[in-house]
Design a protein around this ligand. Structure first.
Ligand code: PLP
Length: 574
């Protein structure tokens, strides 16, 4: 293991996350949570935050997605050769599951920042010699949905295994365990044990970020299951603190064991405080790692204009100074790149001339991917010869409703093409590589979730950075983005405070009509006016000055980690 002793001794923050999207082809993420975690570690490395990451190593990943000719999602196991990319930790730790001892080892990935600072990420695995077959399979796939049992076992490995591993590797100076979403909350059990069963001491060392704005989204486990897997090893006090209505609630457990709790956008903070009125809950609005998400043509503009923009993203607030023609050329290059890729991957060929609207994210039903197809004839008439659509996203293998949405997009596309010649393309296997192309290559980025269910949403930030205009419901980050810069895109519906107490928040008929009205009266006419469109694109780029993970990680460092900026490390705890 060549992580040197000094780096280990310097490390103050352990970042624990079920998903960390380190690279598009390393299947340790399924969606926004993992991509955010990856961007967090990327920025932390650039900022030389003394951090170590903990995640699981999923030997068959999430899944590779295909569509058949009927628009049905087919899932294929991913095979990936992580052992070529990573170093193995030599000495496994041992932990208990039911009445069995399991060995947990890890693969090491190094995230390297712009100045060379290294953040080690340990990807825990039970594929260890000496483990029985069923044990080896425990870390097989991300969000293995075969059973709740497997899920709780994975979360025990992440939380308990993670803390044990760090200890065994000599990370003795960690002052903050940052639990990123409830999955990692079992780490508090191991800390409780290590700290003499002193809850106060545990709290001193834990920061927790929640990402789920609806109660049903929080991870819960029944009492019987908890008793079965923990036997009598779950400290009574913690079990009490985490239990609600007879079930263990991972969010509650994490909250009760944290000194600092935050939500991931300002509105999400409000929603979370309403859900948990007895807790002090801060909000740190998410960001994206700009150097990772910027497209090459746009980066060339930034590099020429603001050579230090990567370390000082604030300069992007001057984006209005960008030359129109340069920006236009850069965008066209991105659009051609996307469309030529698309032509190689789909029978229905997009047209470079048309306004291209993109929608890509997990096909969870609350994201309402099919809202825009509510009235196909109205949509077809206005889009004919003007607008085309490109979609991508995975539905969770167990989410039949999400899969049905994919089918409906296929069917809507056939109808629109047959009747109006309007093209709707659905790309397979959404991942970070495809996301790079989509968020820079489309003209408009559509997002229409049910109101206040989008904790933050980050794909719209990636679009804005690349001069692509957001066309989105005012939820998550866009409430803040659109307030800062109303010329950076369009809002579907009103600001939260403008809805009357008894007004329906989500009404498909009304929301679809709002989409059509804006598309017809604003987006299509504005596209014809180059100057006005480019003015908006520049305003969109200026949002990146704020919506980036450098700003976000600095907020975490100060408020969540209590790190101070000083030498010999850039950041250090008191
Ligand atoms: C950015 C990104 C997401 C997040 O999308 P949102 O719906 O905007 O939160 C999901 N998946 C991938 C592959 C991404 O790159």
């Amino acid at each position: 293991m060549e992580i040197n002793k000094d780096l280990i001794d310097d490390t103050r923050v352990a970042y624990i996350s079920m998903e960390i999207g380190m690279d598009s082809n390393i299947p340790t993420y399924s969606g926004g949570l993992g991509v955010l975690a990856g961007d967090t570690v990327r920025s932390a490395a650039d900022l030389e935050i003394p951090m170590v990451g903990i995640c699981l190593c999923y030997s068959s990943g999430y899944f590779y997605q295909l569509f058949n000719e009927k628009g049905e999602q087919k899932e294929k196991e991913i095979e990936w050769s992580f052992f070529y990319e990573f170093d193995k930790v030599e000495k496994p730790i041992k932990m208990m599951l039911e009445d069995r001892e399991i060995k947990v080892s890890a693969w090491l990935y190094k995230m390297i920042g712009q100045s060379g600072h290294v953040i080690p990420i340990y990807l825990l695995t039970t594929e260890v010699e000496g483990n029985e077959d069923w044990m080896q399979k425990l870390t097989g796939s991300l969000y293995d949905s075969t059973s709740k049992w497997n899920r709780i076992a994975q979360e025990m490995i992440l939380g308990i295994g993670g803390v044990k591993l760090l200890k065994s590797l000599g990370y003795e100076n960690i002052t903050t365990y940052h639990i990123n979403e409830g999955h990692g909350a079992f780490s508090t059990i191991e800390l409780y044990k290590n700290l003499g069963e002193d809850l106060y001491k545990v709290k001193e060392r834990v920061a927790f970020t929640t990402h789920t704005p609806v109660p049903a989204g929080h991870d819960r486990f029944g009492k019987d299951l908890v008793d079965k897997v923990f036997v009598d090893r779950f400290p009574k006090k913690l079990l009490e603190l985490g239990t609600e209505n007879g079930e263990l609630n991972m969010t509650l457990l994490a909250m009760n064991c944290s000194r600092y709790i935050n939500a991931v956008a300002q509105k999400h903070g409000e929603t979370t405080r309403e859900m948990f009125p007895n807790y002090e809950i801060d909000a740190i609005t998410n960001g994206i790692h700009l150097p990772f998400w910027v497209s090459k043509p746009i980066q060339r503009i930034f590099d020429r204009k603001w050579p230090n923009w990567k370390s000082k993203p604030d300069v992007l607030s001057n984006a209005i100074e960008i030359d129109d023609l340069e920006l236009f050329d850069a965008h066209i290059e991105n659009k051609f790149n996307l469309i030529s890729y698309q032509k190689g991957h789909s029978w229905n060929l997009l047209d470079e001339e048309l306004i291209t609207i993109g929608f890509a994210r997990r096909f969870a039903t609350y994201k309402r991917a099919i809202l825009i197809f509510h009235n196909l004839d109205r949509l077809g008439k206005m889009c004919k010869g003007e607008v085309q659509f490109i979609f991508a996203g995975k539905a969770h293998p167990k989410d039949q409703a999400g899969k049905d949405y994919i089918k409906k997009i296929f069917e809507a596309g056939e109808y629109l093409y047959d009747n109006y010649g309007v093209k709707v393309v659905l790309m397979e296997n959404y991942n970070m590589d495809l996301a790079h192309m989509l968020v820079s290559g489309v003209d408009v980025w559509l997002n229409c979730p049910e109101r206040y269910r989008e904790a933050s949403g980050t794909s719209g930030m990636k679009a804005a950075l690349n001069g692509v205009l957001n066309f989105s419901v005012l939820d998550g980050w866009w409430i803040e983005g659109f307030r800062k810069q109303p010329d950076a895109g369009w809002a579907i519906g009103k600001f939260p405070e403008d809805y009357a107490e008894n007004e329906t928040l989500n009404d498909w008929e009304r929301d679809a009509k709002e989409i059509y009205d804006i598309l017809e009266n604003e987006i299509i006419p504005t596209y014809m006016n180059h100057d006005e469109w480019l003015y908006k694109c520049k305003n969109a780029i200026s949002l990146a000055a704020y919506f980036n993970t450098h700003r976000m990680v600095k907020e975490y460092a100060q408020k969540g980690y209590n790190l101070k900026k000083q030498k010999p490390w850039k950041y250090i705890s008191e």
